[in-house]
Each structure stands twice: as C-alpha cells, then as structure tokens.
Ligand binder design. Sequence first.
Ligand code: XBP
Ligand code: MG
Length: 237
Amino acid sequence: MSLRGLIFDVDGTLADTERDGHRPAFNAAFREAGLDWHWDEALYGELLAVTGGKERIVHFAARYRPDFARLPDLAECVAALHEAKTRHYAQLAATGAIALRPGVARLLAQARAGGLRLAIATTTRLENVAALLTPALGPRALDGFEVIGAGDTVAAKKPAPDIYLWVLERLGLPASECLAFEDSAHGLRAALGAGLATVVTPCDYTRGQDFRGAVTVLDSLEGITLSSLQEWLAGKA
Ligand code: XBP
Ligand code: MG
C-alpha cells in the first residue's frame, strides 16, 4: 500500500503545549473570573485524562468544586471560561513562545515536497492551531494542511476515533494509505480506532503511557525520512 497522507495531532505532537501553554491559559481564565482555582503541573497531568478544555473544566468541577458543578447555568459558565482560556492561549502561542518539537517543520516540508497530503486531527480549537503554527511556519501555515479537524468539529473527542474518521472522509483517502502522528495513549486509541497506522512521539506528560499498537514509538520526529514512513505503513499492512 503506498503512503498518500499524513494526519497530525497538535498538542504534544507538533509542540509540547500542555504544561506551559494550555495550563497557564486555564489558570489565567480562572483568575480573571475571580475563581480561586489553580491547576499546578501535577494536577494538570491528572486532568489530561480528560481531553478537551471544556470537558476538562467540567471534570475538575465535578471532582473538586461540586458547588460550581451544580450551577444551573454550568454549561454557559464553562463556555465563558473556555472562551477566556482560548484567548489567553492564542495570545501566548502567537508570540512564538511555544516552539515546534524537533523535526516537525522539516518533516512537514519534506512530506509536502514529496507530494504527500497533510491534515490535522486535534481536540483543541482551530484558532489555537493557527496561533501555534504561524510563528514557526509563517502566515500561511494552515494552508499547508488540506483538512483540519479541530475542537468541536465532532461531538465525541479523542479517544473516540470520530475526528480521524471525519478527516479521512474529507481527504477521501482510506486509512490504509495514511499515517497518524500522536503523543498520547488517548490519541493513539483514536487513531487506531479509525484504522490508522500510528507513529507515537510521547511528550513530557505522556511518556510511560501504554502505546501498544503503535507502528513505532520515538523520542521525536527528528531524522525521520519519507521512506521510513512508507516502511512503517507497509509493515503494518
Ligand atoms: C489535546 C487536548 C486539548 C488541550 C486543550 O488533546 O486535550 O484539550 O489540552 O485544548 P490532543 P482546548 O492532543 O489529543 O488533541 O482547551 O482548546 O480544548
Ligand atoms: Mg496530543
């Protein structure tokens, strides 16, 4: 089977965004709303078990702030917090403070030059993806991706396979001709659930998770060649 498309997760895979990007943005939104909530590094690692920012806030409230979780307008309050969080994250990312992981920019450029079709399948919001990629890849960063599945594009977030299935459908490619790139066990499950051979590059928060089923687990995307990607796809088939 020949390789035709690459589908990338964003958070943790293209850049290590969680500890010093999303986490402080959540905390800034909580402060701004007058809440005494603070997600330290350890707590945030625990909360990453729930994907999606709004879902993560709801989970935290249910577990640690039951009074807040019982608010009759909980959904609106969470949506407002998440809007503020997105603003803070996008502002920070747009400064270029969150670098791409080693090898990412080179692999994207090589894949494009080699005629591969590129896509994104992420849980985070589209504006966050734009803010993160623009400083590193330029103002047309998103144009390099033919399909971008982000945020609430699908109702069921990772580890459900829905976002990958949505992206595959729009690419018009079978899973057997694509590779997925993930950093977490949740993301891997989503990609595998869509039938995708998956390369895993764990990040700080996900190192040590169960990556059974991945075609390979690597420290980074540095040094990867298009022929090694083709071999991983063939090995999986
Ligand atoms: C990323 C996430 C996201 C971000 C926050 O998971 O779980 O929820 O932490 O983004 P993945 P939003 O890398 O598997 O896509 O606040 O925009 O939801
Ligand atoms: Mg990820």
